[in-house]
Design a protein around this ligand. Structure first.
Ligand SMILES: [Zn+2]
Length: 278
């Protein structure tokens, strides 16, 4: 069952849990993530990037026939331009992120408003971003320049009408190359006090669990996970490929990769507290 993320995240924020959002790249990752979600009775958000819209759109629609009662949000991750959002909606996505976070405030707002307008017309939800979540390869002192300003976040959420808002409070995308992140909880608390819509944390992989728990009770209702899924898939595949006979048995390698993803996803469902929510 394909759903937008609006009510799902509102409910999560109210009750103090989060929905993990997994980046998927192919039918194997889609199947692994959906199997765990069904088994744990956890609602699910699947993230696809712009270049993968066609592939993932079709793959998820097909996979959902196996799990007709599983609540799934098919969400465009980091849509950078209006046509990308339109394309995702055309491919059956139930939610889109419009990421104008590197643009000046007024341009970010204008882009986000255009996407909200078209998404509303078809019942699709929208995530915006204010402040800018950088890369784990950047030094934290550099990322500090782009942390979300609570006042700006409040204005942006109200003016844009987004359903949820990604904020920069110390996490980053990819591997944390300068040690684990230290979230700015004073900032996150100030944002959560004023911003009414649920908050989104990007860069979940590698963030210490105790910080994630604190972020969730503070108001984060969606946590994006990409690196952990990729890392698990590649490690599982590699281990099987390097084992006896594995180098010629592609199915065996893919099965091992799926299994590794399954384990990573289970850990995230547990951490986010999203099991038994439907
Ligand atoms: Zn992200």
């Amino acid at each position: 069952m394909l759903i937008p993320l609006t009510e799902l995240l509102q409910e999560a924020r109210r009750a103090g849990w989060a929905t993990p959002a997994f980046n998927v790249a192919n039918s194997d990752t889609v199947a692994a993530v959906m199997e765990v979600a069904q088994e744990a009775r956890s609602p699910l958000i699947l993230l696809a990037r712009g270049p993968d819209i066609d592939l993932i759109g079709g793959t998820v629609q097909a996979a959902m026939r196996r799990f007709p009662r599983l609540p799934v949000v098919l969400h465009l991750d980091h849509g950078r331009a209006f046509p990308e959002a339109v394309r995702a909606i055309g491919h059956g996505f139930s939610s889109v992120m419009v990421d104008g976070s590197i643009l000046p405030y007024a341009e970010n707002l204008a882009l986000t408003l255009r996407v909200v307008e078209i998404a509303r017309a078809v019942g699709c939800s929208v995530e915006g971003e204010i402040g800018h979540v950088g890369a784990g390869s950047d030094h934290p002192s550099r990322q500090a320049h782009h942390l979300t300003d609570p006042e700006e976040a409040t204005r942006f959420a109200r003016a844009s009408g987004v359903d949820c808002l990604a904020v920069a409070v110390g996490t980053a995308h990819g591997e944390y190359q300068h040690g684990p992140p230290q979230l700015d909880f004073l900032r996150l608390e100030a944002i959560a006090r004023q911003v009414e819509v649920p908050l989104v944390l990007h860069g979940g992989s590698g963030t210490p669990p105790e910080q994630l728990h604190r972020a969730i009770v503070t108001g984060v209702a969606k946590i994006n996970v990409a690196t952990d899924v990729r890392r698990a898939f590649i490690a599982g595949f590699r281990q099987a490929a390097e084992g006896p006979g594995g180098d010629v048995d592609l199915n065996r390698c893919l099965k091992a990769a799926r299994q590794a993803v399954t384990e990573a996803v289970r850990a995230w469902v547990e951490l986010a507290g999203s099991a038994n929510r439907f």
